[in-house]
Each structure stands twice: as structure tokens, then as C-alpha cells.
Design a protein around this ligand. Structure first.
Ligand code: ADE
Length: 418
């Protein structure tokens, strides 16, 4: 079996970690049970470009149980858990092309290695696999039935491809399922971002001025958790509606230029480029900590920062000190790459349970119905979303009410008023 990982001898450590994660993934476990019996993915060659984590291992083991032939590469050069890559290779016989800290060239070589398996389904996180297919491996496109996309950034890229008439096969936007973004983006990013910052710095969050750029679902989660940890949270936004929501949720809202001199810790979660620019960094306090939890390392102007820098040191893993010409020190975490996966372990398994249940069921759906779909971006069918929510509630031991016949009739009627 062809693969490229850091050290296969880490496999046993990886196995235990995957086992631990799977305990918190009851929905995926149920799906795996059915997949084992029914083999709905028989004949599928599935190329995944995902963060290689314990939760991703749980997903891949489920897809394999469903009959798919899987291969995986990293969706970020710094997010791979090397022990997980090792257990996937040794114990699950799933080829992995991912090494934590790989350079850009290796990252793309790994994407090519995965595509060399001639997939029929792609499973992407950020759309690098799909964009590489559409630019450098066009000859493989005709064999692809469809794909799935995990994250907001990827969905935005794919919609742009579809609008420009470039997208050549149907893709299900897993990110847009309610059982995905309401939990993964909000509670997952909220907790794991704080976790990454604390692991990288060991700083006290309580009492700090914590600036969050972007009040989408991820930004909401980060802001909520930072507030819960005792920070004074300031939001920055470009969208008036979101800014208004942030205000009504009780946050201070400021332009980044005004937040820059006040903040102790800055987190970008916008999905856009150049959110914190050199002109903002120049105004920051000595000791300010700056990091990103958006998908790509484009939100902080690191090139601009480098130009203002006279000295650069690595203080501890994922914590770099930049001494500026104005003598202030600014600390960048995880090279501006998503801090929750570089310095911590990404979202906890319990939320990834729902995200990856969506992935597994979306892959099954694409295999079954992909031929009849157009080359555009689809949302996850509502019944999949509802099924996952019901299964998760059941696993949590939470019971809910059902509508009576009379209530159903009332909701479907218009005649009854005051
Ligand atoms: N994205 C965010 N957290 C993740 C995790 N734990 N596994 C895979 N992808 C993720």
C-alpha cells in the first residue's frame, strides 16, 4: 500500500485516541452499523482531503465499513495528527498522505497522490482537492459522480466555481446542514479555538480584552466562549446585520483599527483575506497575541508584519515573537493557520459526530443519486439533517414532544385567527 506519513510506529497510540473519540460519536457509530450490513458504498473510490484527526479516522472507518475504498490527504499542512495517520495505515489499511508540518510542495504532492487513485467521489474541506482536480487533473473529472464539502470557505469557493460555470460535478455542502453549522461552527470552533490559544500560550483569558473578527457562526462561538471565560469581548464586522446582532448579544463592536490598540488577544474567523493588516498590527500593544481560526492562513497580513519586523523568535511550539521596529513584541500563534487544529485537536468528537454523520450520509446520497444531479452545489437533504438531529438527541437521552393531530391541522391551516 502506497502512503506518506510521519511514523507508522505511532499507530498504537493513534488507535487508543481514535477509540476514545469514537465513544463520543454515537450517531456515526449507528451509521457504521448499517453501512456494515448494507454496504451502500460498494464500488466507490473515495478521495478525502480532510484534517487528519481522530474524528476523521472515525469517519473513514465508517465509509470503509460501507464498502468504499478510501484514501485521504490533509486539508491543512499543520492539522495532521501523526499518530492518527499511522493507525489508519497500519490498523485500517487506509492509505494516508499527510504529515504534520509538511511544506506547501508536499501538501500539493499529497493531493495529487490521492487523486492518482482515480476517485469517483471527493470529500473536501476547503475545496483544494476540487480546485486541483479542475485545474491540474481535468482528465479525471468525467469519472467523478459527485462530492461533498465540509466547510464555509470551501462552499464559498464552490459556489463561485458554479456561478462561473466551471464546476463539473455536483457537490453537497455539508457545511450548510443545520446539524453541522449550528454545532460544529459555533460550539466546536468556540471551544477548540480557546483550547488552541490556551495550549499555545497558557495565558489567562479572564480579564483580557479579546477581539474577535467576524460574527458568523464560528465568530459567535468564539465570542461566546471567550466571554464565558471572563474576557471583555470586542467584535469587528463588515456586515451591518451581523454587527447589529453582536451589539444586541451584548458585545462591544468596533472597527478593527480602533480595536487594535486595545486588544490583548485577537482572533480572525471571517474567511476573508487581510483582516488584520500591518497598519493595525503597528497600533497594537506590546505583547498582543494574534491568531486565526478561519480555514486559510490569509486573514492576518504576515508578509506585512514581516516587513515591519527586526527580530523573530520561536518562544514555544506554535508561539512566535515578532519584534517590531517600534520595539513592541507581537505574538503570532500557529503561523496564522487555524489555531484550533494547529495547537489543539480541532473540534471535540461530540460535534464532529454530527458533521461527519452528514458526510457519511451525503456520500451515500451522492453515490445513489449523483448521476441525476446537475453540476452545482446542493444542500444536504432535509430528511438527513432531521434524522441526524433525532439520532443525536436519542444518544444524549433527551426526549421531545410530538405534535398532536389537532396541532398539525392547525399549523397547516389559515382559517383560525383570534
Ligand atoms: N475541523 C475542525 N475540527 C475537526 C476535527 N476534530 N476533525 C476533523 N476536522 C475538523
Amino acid at each position: 500500500m502506497d502512503f506518506d506519513i510521519a511514523d507508522v510506529n505511532l499507530a498504537d497510540e493513534g488507535r487508543l485516541r481514535v477509540e476514545w473519540a469514537e465513544r463520543s460519536m454515537p450517531v456515526l457509530k449507528q451509521i457504521r452499523g448499517r453501512f456494515k450490513r448494507e454496504k451502500p458504498l460498494k464500488g466507490v473510490r473515495l478521495a478525502a482531503c480532510l484534517h487528519v484527526t481522530t474524528e476523521t479516522a472515525a469517519l473513514l472507518r465508517t465509509l470503509k465499513a460501507g464498502g468504499a475504498e478510501c484514501v485521504v490527504c490533509a486539508s491543512n499542512p499543520l492539522s495532521t495528527q501523526d499518530e492518527v495517520a499511522a493507525t489508519l495505515v497500519r490498523h485500517d489499511e487506509i492509505p494516508v498522505f499527510a504529515i504534520k508540518g509538511e511544506d506547501n510542495e508536499t501538501y500539493y504532492n499529497h493531493l495529487f497522490s490521492v487523486l492518482d487513485k482515480k476517485p469517483t467521489i471527493t470529500m473536501d474541506d476547503g475545496a483544494d482537492l476540487v480546485s486541483t482536480l479542475h485545474t491540474d487533473r481535468k482528465e479525471l473529472l468525467s469519472k467523478i459522480r459527485g462530492g461533498t464539502e465540509e466547510t464555509t470557505t470551501g462552499v464559498i469557493r464552490l459556489r463561485s466555481m458554479a456561478e462561473n460555470g466551471v464546476l463539473r460535478y455536483p457537490i453537497i455542502a455539508v457545511n450548510d446542514a443545520q446539524t453541522k453549522y449550528l454545532f460544529d461552527n459555533r460550539y466546536g470552533t468556540g471551544q477548540s479555538t480557546l483550547d488552541g490559544i490556551v495550549r499555545a500560550t497558557n495565558k489567562l483569558i479572564a480579564g483580557s480584552v479579546f477581539v474577535v473578527c467576524g460574527y458568523g457562526w464560528c465568530g459567535r462561538g468564539v465570542a461566546m466562549r471567550a466571554r464565558g471565560a471572563g474576557a471583555r469581548v470586542i467584535m469587528t464586522e463588515v456586515d451591518p446585520l451581523r454587527a447589529l446582532e453582536a451589539v444586541m448579544d451584548g458585545f462591544e463592536v468596533l472597527p478593527i483599527g480602533e480595536a487594535a490598540p486595545i486588544g490583548d488577544i485577537f482572533v480572525t474567523v471571517t474567511g476573508d483575506i487581510q483582516v488584520i493588516r500591518a497598519s493595525h498590527i503597528k497600533k497594537m500593544k506590546d505583547g498582543a497575541i494574534v491568531c486565526n481560526s478561519g480555514h486559510f492562513n490569509v486573514e492576518i497580513d504576515l508578509a506585512g508584519l514581516q516587513r515591519m519586523t527586526v527580530k523573530r523568535r520561536t518562544i514555544r511550539p506554535f508561539l512566535e515573537e515578532y519584534t517590531l521596529k517600534n520595539s513592541r513584541c507581537i505574538y503570532i500563534l500557529g503561523e496564522g493557520r487555524l489555531i484550533n487544529l494547529t495547537a489543539a485537536e480541532g473540534h471535540p468528537s461530540s460535534v464532529m459526530d454530527m458533521s461527519f454523520a452528514n458526510q457519511a450520509l451525503a456520500a451515500e446520497y451522492i453515490h445513489r443519486h449523483g448521476k441525476g444531479l446537475e453540476a452545482r452545489v446542493y444542500t444536504v437533504p432535509e430528511e438527513i439533517d432531521k434524522t441526524i438531529a433525532s439520532l443525536k438527541l436519542k444518544a444524549l437521552g433527551v426526549k421531545i414532544d410530538t405534535l398532536t393531530k389537532e396541532q398539525q391541522r392547525y399549523l397547516a391551516s389559515w382559517e383560525t385567527g383570534t
